[in-house]
Design a protein around this ligand. Sequence first.
Ligand code: AMP
Length: 254
Amino acid sequence: MRIVRTIAGMRMLSRIGPVGLVPTMGVFHEGHLSLFRAARAECDTVVVSLFVNPAQFGEDEDLAHYPRDEERDLQLARDAGVDVLFLPAADELYPAGFQTWVDVEELSKPLEGEHRPGHFRGVATICLKLFNIVRPERAYFGQKDAQQAAVITRMVRDLDLEIDIRVLPTIRDTDGLALSSRNTYLTPDERKRALALPRALATKDPVRARALLNGLDVDYVEVAPFDPPVLAAAVRIGRTRLIDNVPLSGGDHE
Ligand code: AMP
């Protein structure tokens, strides 16, 4: 596996066959690994980017504390057959004077957008930059972040990018909690309380889901008209904010 830390280094790599890109923020779990494996199965060259993107964090969010474990991530990526791990530096991606942003206007407004102003502007911009640097034929995203997948799919269509966006099912722990790097923040007691989230969503009914989340600090529980439509929710457990969703049709995204 090649480890590349600069944009120039990434551009210099020789391209063999279709390239698949998996954008991540690291601390790999089975959710990430499922994307790596899908890319491995479908592409000749698998590139994983690991970049904790400051532009998608709000001022009062967890950027400084976001979990990191580069050594472990290197090993997991290597074991999953990743060809290139791209670890760019923030000051190269956002040089002094940076002022060009991608805003997927309507899809970025509700749900996460309402509670995390500017989040999707940061996500869309970094994804377009990574697409320009890596030039993949396919890019892989998790259904876990359904609104993110919808925003990126829309951006690719609106800006005529020649990239196939592949969205893969949410991977869950045996107790039903969707895997997330942020789960590492949860105390054992908080983790137990967090199980209300997948249980509520499993009803596929916003009214019943809201009732099951009663007593928790809920940002939203709503049906969102993505493709496929989802019942999506965000809750705060202690200082940790968790999001999850279940598709309401088109079963293969479960
Ligand atoms: P992150 O590192 O959290 O930014 O996630 C990188 C990619 O992995 C995104 O496309 C996420 O949607 C996806 N992902 C995160 N958690 C899961 C999960 N539990 N199942 C499937 N995909 C996931």
